[in-house]
Design a protein around this ligand. Structure first.
Ligand code: NAP
Length: 309
């Protein structure tokens, strides 16, 4: 069985930063990534709030820049899925990870597997997935040129993706279950004044309708109790994230938001760290993921030093 000082699981901004810091500290590091490096960033059209780039940049450009910087240190990589983890709760033995078909030993592990879009959980959503229901404006927006769509959600994702879609579609209903939006004021202002966007507040979606393709959404105004159907051909759902923790054993402390860590990214299991969107936290940004990754790597380095002392 191969043994590494550190195994970084996940190649988004948190994972790439953690690996960069570890490799620069001379730690033998394996990076495990299922898809191409970048994570959620690859699904983001424009990133305007990453410090140092006042003009903004495309998500894939930032992901490419991270990956190129890391490549200079020639990390060991496995492009596969972590299917199982055997963690020693006391942190005395090495931890073991099943990557694809191969078991790998790790003296420390940094989990950076990110999060995926949460489902609305209404009838029609699963059945019409890919036939009008989408969780990615960048991937599917082009199919809805000059058509009418709905976006569900009130956070930054819903607002940002609405602004992207509004450039393409004829009309967009932005449906949110409350009056107040939790997304940034600057995105709110742009959405509320956009001529293609109609904001539908205090309204829940009960069903996504359509036989073979989406034809409408059944909604209810919570303030008036009025029920109606909006005729739309696409429904984009942005109601938050769920952490990617399917392979994480129960010995690791988690809540519904993700893996619980302290401020140094340490989990309850010695030698196991978590960074980025997979962590239970409120602020999920590229900038915070990068910070988490750097902190986790520094903590892992200190942990390894203490093991070797
Ligand atoms: P979020 O901030 O958690 O917002 C989720 C939204 O969906 C909330 O408005 C919530 O309503 C609504 N919602 C949740 N469950 C629902 C349900 N079952 N039915 C209807 N509505 C539901 O998620 P997000 O917008 O995906 O953002 C996630 C994180 O990424 C945040 O930290 C966000 O700031 C960050 N992000 C940042 C940027 C940026 O800064 N450029 C861009 C995208 C995302 P309530 O408000 O009523 O709870």
């Amino acid at each position: 069985m191969k043994t590494y000082d550190a195994v970084v699981v996940g190649g988004g901004p948190a994972g790439m930063t953690a690996a960069l810091y570890l490799l620069r500290s001379g730690i033998s590091t394996l990076m495990v990534e299922q898809l191409s490096p970048g994570g959620q960033v690859l699904l983001t059209e424009e990133i305007e709030n990453y410090p140092g780039f006042p003009k903004g940049m495309k998500g894939y450009e930032l992901a490419d820049a991270f990956a190129a910087q890391l490549e200079a240190y020639a990390p060991d990589k496995m492009m596969d899925e972590v299917r199982e983890m055997r963690l020693d709760p006391a942190g005395k033995a090495e931890h073991e990870l099943l990557v694809g078909e191969e078991w790998i030993r790790a003296r420390s592990v940094i989990l950076c597997t990110g999060a995926r879009y949460r489902k609305l959980g209404v009838p029609g959503e699963q059945r019409l997935l890919g036939r009008g229901v989408s969780y990615c404006a960048l991937c599917d927006g082009n199919f809805y040129r000059d058509r009418v769509v709905a976006v569900v959600g009130g956070g930054n994702s819903a607002l940002e993706e609405s602004l992207y879609l509004a450039k393409l579609v004829k009309k967009l209903y932005l449906i949110h279950r409350r009056d107040d939006f939790r997304g940034l004021k600057c995105y709110q202002d742009k959405c509320f004044t956009h001529k293609a966007i109609e904001v539908v507040r205090s309204t829940v979606v009960h069903e996504i309708q359509g036989e073979s393709e989406v034809t409408g959404v059944a909604i209810e105004n919570l303030a008036t109790g009025e029920k109606s159907v909006l005729d739309v051909e696409g429904v984009f759902v942005f109601v938050g994230f769920e952490p990617n923790v399917g392979f994480v054993p129960a010995v690791l402390n988690m809540d519904s938001n993700g893996i619980i860590t302290d401020t140094e990214m340490r989990t309850n299991v010695p030698g196991v760290f978590a960074a980025g969107d997979v962590r239970s936290k409120l602020c999920r940004q590229v900038a915070t993921a990068v910070g988490d990754g750097a902190t986790a790597a520094t903590s892992a380095f200190a942990y390894l030093e203490q093991l070797d002392a």
